[in-house]
Design a protein around this ligand. Sequence first.
Ligand code: MRU
Length: 321
Amino acid sequence: MIAPLTWSDGRLLMLDQRVLPLREKWLELTTHEQVAARIRDMAVRGAPAIGVAAAYGMALAAKNGVDRDQAHQALAASRPTAVNLFWALDRISAMVSWQFADVLAEAKTIEAEDLAMNQAIGRHGADLLQPGWNILTVCNTGSLATAGHGTALGVIRTAHVQGKGIHVYSCETRPRQQGLRLTAYELIKEGIPFHSIADGVAGSLMRAGKVDCVIAGADRIAANGDTANKIGTYSLAILAKYHGIPFYIAAPTSTLDPKLATGDLIPIEERSGEELTHMEGVQVAPAGCPVFNPGFDVTPGTLIGGIITEEGVFRQPYQFK
Ligand code: MRU
C-alpha cells in the first residue's frame, strides 16, 4: 500500500504528490516550516494526510526546540478548509508534554488511528454497494490522501477486495487533476477497473444510466451534514439527485466539525489563478486573465444519502456524537 508520509531517522519523508504519477520523488523534511510550506503547495494533500503531516510537523518543532504555540500557528496557517489539520494540531497542543519523544509518539498514534478508521470506513461503505456497480468519484481520496487505504477510495478498495466486481469512473478534477494523476495512479496499482473522465462527462454518464452511485470524500462536515469537499462535488450531488442516484460522503470522524452549525461557516480556500491559467508551468490563458479559483465547495447535507464514518453510516437528520 502506498503511504504518503514516513517518519525515518529523525526526518519526515513525504512523497511529493505534485510530480506524481510521472515521478516518485521523496522529500526529506526536518523543520515544521518546511512541513507547513509543503502542505500549502500541496506536496501533501487530502484532509487526513494534511492532519498527519501537521502532527509530524509538530514533532519536528519539538525536536528542534521551537515554541509549541509558534509551531501550531505556522502549521495552522498553511491551508484553511480541511479541519483534520486543526484537529491534529489541537490534539498535540493539548498534550501535557512538549518532549520530542512524546510528541512523535502522538503523531504516530494519529497516523495509525487514521489508517484504522479508513479500514472501518471501507467496511461500512462496501456494505452499501451492490455487485457490479459503476461508482463515480472525484479528486483523490485514497492512500495518498490519508495515512493509508483511503476514505471514498477506501470504500472502493474494500469492495474490490471483497470481489464485488465494481467499476469506477474517476473525475479528472480540474484544475489540479488529483483524479487524473493520483486516483488513476492508485487504481492502476490496485488493479481496480476504471475509466478516467473529464469533469464535464459526469452528467451525460448519469443520464445514460451508467452510474449507480457517487462517493466523495470530505474536508469538513458541519453539524447539519453540510460537507466541504473538492470543488465540483456540489455539482455532482445535484446531478445525482436529478438522476435519482445515491450520493455518499466517506470521511473519518476527525473530519466532523459539529461546532459549525452549517456549511456556510466553513472557510473555503481560494487558490492561485495560475492553477487555471497555466498547465505544467506553461501559460495557456491570455495574459492578465482574471480567475476565480476556489479549492472547495459545500454540498448541503440534504443532498447526501449517508455520511460513511468509522462509526457507521450517519443519515439525516445528522446527529454526530
Ligand atoms: O485540495 P486537496 O487535494 O487537498 O483536496 C482533497 C479533497 O477534497 C478530498 O476529497 C478530501 O480531502 C478527502 S481526502 C480523503
